[in-house]
Ligand binder design. Structure first.
Ligand code: SF4
Length: 461
């Protein structure tokens, strides 16, 4: 326990030191995005250690085997560059594993060396190492800038840049870029689109890949994911709806400038308000009526929100994680009359504070909100020591604070390494909102049951 209790309450301003970052490394996001393409093998252009770390983080979160390859840099590659390794890797991957597509991302080392992926992949093509009909795409993901969210965003943009084909035709179909959400969320977004009868190509789509059913047989490339052919046709769809500006805006803008497809970017549909905006936007774009099923789902969420309001009212909450998730969650907590007082993301995003302010609509005037370097778990813990909170919401790394401060804790976001099953239940949409509500109230009441004095302990507290 002594080891855990290392955070001092007295604050010291830091400019150059991050302690327990509220983010992880760029290529992890690039790898997750690439897994959302059907038949894709993500490839890490760097040393084996990087690739092992990225794969293991994804495997530990999703509890699924994550397939990816590496250029396996040695000291020689670090000095002379990784061209020979990547050329060899491309040839070996297509010969041995036969993917439809390889999605290469860089690492700190290959970026520092300055390897030119366009030139190397061009050379692989010239030398016939890329079989006919197969594709190799690439994204630059140096981890000394940005975070896993930046890496995800860069890879989704690369999917558009290298796979979408401009077209004069306009199909009655939209592109939907879901941002970094769980496979279950992607499945839920597709369900909502289906219920509203809106035809869409969603990319990336990790449902059916990182939550594929146990069949007793190992599938190197599970059935899910957007296909390369579908990606090519995104250039012929009539509109792009992107969810989460931090993760999806750049891909939507790329599609707009490359294929002249109008786009709009809204917040991820977590909670009542953000889901209302999502459903209303779909109604407008698709020129459809909102079906009764969706209205009923909304009604159920509102009903449960009112039932739980007595417990949530004015409760102080600390949140950490990824910008897009945090903005929508903040709005949801404010709609519940809770007070998200401390909000931290290690992902640099200059729009973050303004978006949080917009989600709060002035309802939490003294909230502390920080993004980028030094916005870390240590800072969050110090704020909590100064003035405690009633609930913590964030990834696994918050469990140290939860234990130290004896505060109820809801695991949400990425990564969740110490629990199983979270990636099978959506938190988007009205249905996802219900699950979040249940988790939050359970955590708070479990704590009350555990800590209330004997003389005031009741069946229903
Ligand atoms: S931070 Fe850089 S060196 Fe470390 S695992 Fe990520 S890519 Fe590799």
């Amino acid at each position: 326990m002594a080891l855990l209790r290392h955070t001092k309450a007295n604050m010291t301003e830091r400019e150059a030191l991050t302690i327990n970052p509220a983010k992880t490394c760029q290529p992890i996001g690039a790898m997750y995005a690439a897994l959302g393409i059907h038949g894709c093998l993500p490839h890490s252009h760097g040393s084996q250690g990087c690739c092992s770390y990225h794969r293991s983080t994804l495997t530990r979160h999703y509890k699924e085997p994550v397939m990816a390859s590496t250029s396996a840099f040695t000291e020689g590659s670090a000095v002379f560059g990784g061209q020979a390794n990547l050329l060899q890797a491309i040839e070996t991957i297509f010969t041995t594993y036969d993917p439809e597509i390889i999605a290469v991302h860089t690492t700190c080392l290959s970026e520092t060396i300055g390897d030119d992926l366009v030139q190397i992949i061009g050379k692989a093509k010239e030398e016939g190492k890329i079989p006919k009909g197969k594709r190799v795409i690439h994204a630059s993901t140096p981890s000394y800038v940005g975070s896993h969210v930046t890496g995800f965003s860069n890879m989704v943009k690369a999917m558009v840049k290298l796979l979408a084909e401009p077209s004069d035709i306009r199909l009655r179909k939209i592109n939907l870029i879901p941002g970094w959400v769980e496979p279950s969320d992607m499945r839920e977004i597709k369900r909502i689109l289906g219920v509203m009868k809106i035809d869409a190509t969603m990319f990336p789509d990790t449902s059916g890949i990182l939550d594929s059913p146990q069949s007793g047989k190992f599938e190197m490339f599970p059935e899910g994911g957007v296909t390369v052919a579908q990606m090519a046709k995104t250039g012929a769809n009539c509109y792009t709806l992107a969810l989460g500006p931090t993760t999806s805006l750049s891909a939507a803008q790329e599609l707009e400038s490359k294929c002249k497809i109008p786009s709009e970017t809204i917040e991820i549909p977590i909670g009542l308000g953000a889901t209302d905006t999502f459903v209303e936007t779909l109604r407008r774009i698709g020129m459809v009526e909102i079906p009764k099923t969706i209205e009923e789902e909304r009604g159920r969420l509102v009903d449960v929100m009112s039932d739980m309001h007595q417990y949530f009212y004015q409760k102080r909450v600390a949140l950490w994680g990824d910008p897009d998730q945090l903005v929508s969650l903040t709005g949801f907590l404010c709609d519940l009359d809770m007070k998200p007082v401390y909000i931290v993301t290690g992902t640099p995003d200059p729009t973050f504070e303004a978006r949080i302010a917009q989600a709060m609509k002035g309802r939490v005037p003294n909230a502390k909100v920080r993004q980028g370097p030094c916005s870390d778990m240590f800072l969050m813990h110090q704020w909590i020591k100064e003035e405690p909170v009633d609930l913590l919401i964030g990834n696994t790394y918050g469990k140290y604070i939860a234990r130290d401060e004896n505060t109820p804790f809801v695991r949400h976001g990425f990564p969740i390494l110490d629990r199983i099953g979270h990636s099978y239940f959506p938190s988007v949409g009205y249905v996802g909102g219900l699950r979040l509500l249940e988790k939050m109230l359970d955590a708070m009441l479990d704590n009350k049951d555990r800590t209330s004095l004997e003389e005031s302990f009741e069946l229903v507290l």
